[in-house]
Design a protein around this ligand. Structure first.
Ligand code: C5P
Length: 232
């Protein structure tokens, strides 16, 4: 897909990057772990910037705000704010820093470092086309079972109706803000909060490159993709 940067200037991207990355093993905050010699956050933001968006706000680990701002200085205008104790709190902190003139807001995990610019464009365009909430999804390849605490299978879920959800997720600003204002419990993504408001969430095709880097094996897969220049 060819990005038309002149149409993305009204898009702001929030990047929650304040997680500790415990599942990745010992080391610093996940967004600052290296992938082929560069922090995950740098990989993610370079691809976001290539989509021509007008505003980027990163929620960094509270003790790393200055270091992260320096790290990202070469990428373009990026605002860095201290993140919160949860992903949700980090997104809310980043949203509060977006200038009022941005009406389309994307939320993109730093951990999906190889998500291509075309995916950013496709989500933003679906919001602009009239969907108040947009998520990129992929079919689920594994068989999924519900398992009781005892370790015994309760049942098998119909895989054909399931989708694995990625980021960036896109929203009309008022919808995202209302969802955060109304949320009383913690959600693992922003669309989950929007669903609670009763707002329809529209799906667009996801991209395998937008895989989430969570465990050591994910880092190895991402490095292999980069080495084969499968992830531009
Ligand atoms: O923990 P999880 O893998 O779901 O984190 C998804 C994203 O949310 C990561 O990019 C992580 O840095 C971010 N996060 C955050 N603030 C937290 C926890 C997670 O910005 N307190």
């Amino acid at each position: 897909m060819t990005a038309r940067p002149e149409l993305r200037g009204d898009v702001a991207v929030l990047v929650p990057a304040a997680g500790l990355g415990v599942r990745l093993g010992p080391g610093g905050p996940k967004a600052l772990r290296l992938l082929s010699g560069e922090p995950l956050l740098v990989h993610a933001l370079r691809r976001v910037a290539a989509a021509g968006v007008g505003c980027v706000v990163v929620a960094a680990p509270p003790g790393e705000v200055d270091a992260v701002a320096q790290l990202l200085a070469g990428i373009g205008p990026v605002t860095v704010v201290p993140g919160g104790d949860t992903r949700q709190a980090s997104v809310a902190a980043a949203l509060a820093a977006v200038p009022a003139n941005f009406d389309i807001i994307l939320v993109h995990d730093a951990a999906r470092s190889l998500a291509p610019p075309a995916l950013v464009v496709s989500v933003a365009d679906a919001v602009r086309a009239g969907h108040d909430a947009v998520i990129p999804v992929l079919p689920v390849v594994d068989t999924i079972k519900e398992v009781a605490a005892s370790g015994v299978v309760v049942g098998t879920v119909d895989r054909t109706v399931l989708r694995a959800v990625q980021t960036p997720q896109g929203f009309r600003r008022a919808v995202l803000a209302a969802a955060h204002d109304a949320a009383t419990d913690q959600h693992t993504d922003d669309a989950g909060m929007v669903e609670k408001l009763g707002v329809p969430v529209f799906c667009v095709p996801g991209d395998e490159l937008a895989m989430k880097i969570t465990r050591p094996v994910d880092l190895m897969i991402a490095e292999a993709l980069l080495a084969r220049t499968l992830a531009p």
